[in-house]
Design a binder for this molecule. Sequence first.
Ligand code: 8YV
Length: 290
Amino acid sequence: MESITVLMTCPPVHPYLVEALEKRFTLHKLDSVPDKAQFLSSHRDSIRAVVGNAAAGADAELIDQLPKLEIVSSYSVGLDKIDLAKCKEKGIRVTNTPDVLTDDVADLALGLMLAVLRRLCESDRYVRSGLWKKGDYKLTTKFSGKTVGIIGLGRIGMAIAQRAEAFSCPISYFSRSQKPGINYKYHPSVVDLAANSLGPKGVLINIGRGPHVDEAELVSALVEGRLGGAGLDVFQDEPNVPEELFKLENVVLLPHVGSGTVETRQAMADLVVGNLEAHFLNKPLLTPVV
Ligand code: 8YV
């Protein structure tokens, strides 16, 4: 397979993935190419696979420049950076990394809930700065038993619900349709779900995608006290985060690390490589999307 050329369109964030790809294929990293347009025009007839992630995938423009492209293997479960319609139209296969990251992302959602309500980051700063020696620390907010409203009850949403149940939280959810056999309270709209779960003391957690939330409106709601707090792992324009959020103690900000554990990133990398190998050996894909 060494003769098969793979283009990595995302930054080479994980050395394990890069090594695994380099061992099997001829790998080019778009990130380290000085003139991308020139590189693409000189390699257009050799690139047969693209590896992307949640930051950079394969848009229509790139796909149109690669006439020999057969497969896009994404190092992410989210597919928003891949033009799926274009791939379908051109017969290009697409794979992602579902399931292996579900636990980590759900764990982090619960971690953010606790971090915001129990002010974990603020408390850590309080101890480190020596303020503890000078006075009492203010009380925080209980999490156990609070209503948890979940937008989207797919694999990750379900894993969050199961964890929140262990904290005795009543669960409600919004999804396109009511899930059969699920006892959590269903709300037919996000607004309805929010009205029944949030409020001036409510906390918004986002572990999905930045554009799912109107960020400017979220910032205003937090600054004006119309929302109790927020735990955010994702943002509209990563890695740029609205600076108004930096001074708010009821907000916890993370650099998109939902799946960022050694174990999970390794499992994701194995899936990326496994899907490419399966494709080029004419075997069934491990996690096909298109
Ligand atoms: C990663 C993600 O950020 O899977 C997703 O959709 O957002 C994350 O797991 C990422 O693609 C790893 O680089």
